[in-house]
Design a protein around this ligand. Sequence first.
Ligand code: AMP
Length: 556
Amino acid sequence: MTQETGGFAAFNLNPNILAAVAATGYEEPSAIQHQSIPIIMAGHDMIGQAQTGTGKTAAFALPILHRIDPAKREPQALILAPTRELALQVATAFETYAKQMPGVTVVAVYGGAPMGPQLKAIRNGAQIVVATPGRLCDHLRRDEKVLATVNHLVLDEADEMLKLGFMDDLEVIFKALPATRQTVLFSATLPQSIRAIAERHLRDPQHVKIQTKTQTVTAIEQAHLLVHADQKTSAVLSLLEVEDFDALIMFVRTKQATLDLASALEAKGYKAAALNGDIAQNQRERVIDSLKDGRLDIVVATDVAARGLDVPRITHVFNVDMPYDPESYVHRIGRTGRAGREGRALLLVTPRERRMLQVIERVTGQKVAEVRLPDAQAVLDARIKKLTNSLTPLVADAESTHGDLLDRLIADIGCSPRALAAALLRKATNGQALTLAAIERDRPLVPNSAPRERSERSGDRPDRGDRERRAPVPLAEGRARCRTALGARDGIAAKNLLGAILNEGGLAREAIGRIQVRDSFSLVELPEVGLESLLAKLKDTRVAGKQLKLRRYRED
Ligand code: AMP
């Protein structure tokens, strides 16, 4: 990977931070990052109006990391988040961006986990504390000086914090912080209650808001599909089965994602290629030419790489990752419906990104209808239709070219014409599932209904394991996969693993991701933050009478 930092270099961030950003594969700062990073770097207080999906976490994490002193082993920045889930996400983002800053540590502080290790991590000198307000107040009750050295405060999703009733806790926290600190407030909306907080607790704040002009998008049929982040590839593969497309462009956020998705598509037989900023200009042109003339049907691109792309064949745009703002959404979907033709745009939305969807609908003045994943019957119908379409033109004259051969094969093999035709079909379709039962069996683990925010994570159905082997599921951000040598043959079911980890590890249920039980081993997804101490805690845990011995698992 090249260490290109694109537009990020202009910020004059600490080179170690820039290097970590380059390693994530981000190509350009998002709009909120463009505006916020210089303000926060300069030490001003700030009010940012932005929702999840705009890149707001990096918008404050990068400049805050720039401003802390890694040599000082004491809390310097406090980030408050409304939920444990967001706190973990933010903590993981900080760890990612601080990867090349030796000595910088991050602690996530939230309810449902024991207080002792959290307090210890703070006292041991974690510079970045990411906390939910309720649990942080519990800590303050034990040690009112715990935040005395914090000189940067970020309130993330402030409106959500107030909705969840954290107002009083926030006041307690403000009092425990030095008055000279820098304060940054991010909120999707700015109701009066938030303005009042800003008035009381921010000093001369600068305002940042992403300008959203109304945009028109005509001739493009838009739809969205709710899906969990780790199921996107499977969802894309299912959608491709039933969408009648000519050429298609898929948008993702990072260079790595372009490569991963393009190779998943190629593996399924699609003519697909990646397009990102690391690919040399002449190679990029070759990709676009191939898409134009049909040597390629699918291009998986980042926004930067697809700039200006004009290929009339494009009938579909898949927004696999959410765009940062409505403008880039409109820009992306404008890649289809060229020259007055009709186009279709699909947007994958994870539960946390629903707000962004509403913003897009408001700005474009159009409802983006919800669609569900195709069921097995729809997939079967689409496959048979494709087969019919490919055979129909051959039927007209194949008998004259291959009829005699057919007679001979029937005689040589000694079978009926129906048996021979069936054998030829099996060969021609190359093992593709063409019955409902076979499709059901092969189906990737994608629910056919909208995912709820915290549901169906554990996958505590042991029979899922074998199916997943064929379609390995990418890990969700902030999670690590761990392995135990206990599996179905040891009498283990997912619920036993879940119970043991919940009880002994002191984790909340939502903190535990997918559990896959295979015959001779099992895989469990756990939060990356605090993983080592969790594994240490589970060291002596036994399940079904045997030692669990959970270890971090690396696929490659
Ligand atoms: P957020 O709005 O902070 O929840 O970020 C949404 C997603 O965008 C996260 O998965 C980030 O890793 C990703 N992201 C943030 N900034 C960039 C960027 N400049 N380029 C590409 N991806 C980004």
